[in-house]
Design a protein around this ligand. Structure first.
Ligand code: ZN
Ligand code: ZN
Length: 123
């Protein structure tokens, strides 16, 4: 996903882009930012001026701990395994949500997307 800093942090309206330059809206931006590897790139037009280091939202050790605690998707039902799951931040990462185990839940990709689209809620 490529998104402007101001859009990512909700300081300006706008969209982002994924893969084949498809435009995505705020809910999809929040979804992709929830469990991701982020890298800051500063540009001046088409020239890259600076690239920051990559920041992972959940470390491999945290993902292992979440797999042990949650055992897979936390939404009751199909019981999708941890390897199919994302680490969801209860408070979105872009809103300052902490990447602490207590602040994250494992969700399979479909349930994770449904939650960010507002058609599913965690109890
Ligand atoms: Zn999420
Ligand atoms: Zn699920």
């Amino acid at each position: 996903m490529i998104v402007d800093y101001q859009t990512l942090y909700g300081e300006a309206p706008g969209g982002g882009e994924v893969g084949d330059r498809r435009v995505i809206g705020p809910a999809a931006i929040e979804f992709f930012a929830c469990d991701t590897i982020a890298c800051r790139v500063v540009t001046n037009g088409s020239h890259i001026l600076d690239m920051g280091r990559q920041v992972c939202t959940a470390t491999p050790a945290q993902l292992r701990a979440l797999a042990i605690r949650d055992g897979g998707c936390v939404v009751p039902g199909r019981g999708r395994p941890p390897s199919w799951c994302d680490a969801h931040h209860l408070l979105p990462w872009v809103e300052g949500g902490l990447t602490n185990i207590d602040e994250m839940r494992l969700l399979c990709r479909p349930h994770h997307l449904m939650l960010h689209l507002g058609i599913l809620q965690l109890e």
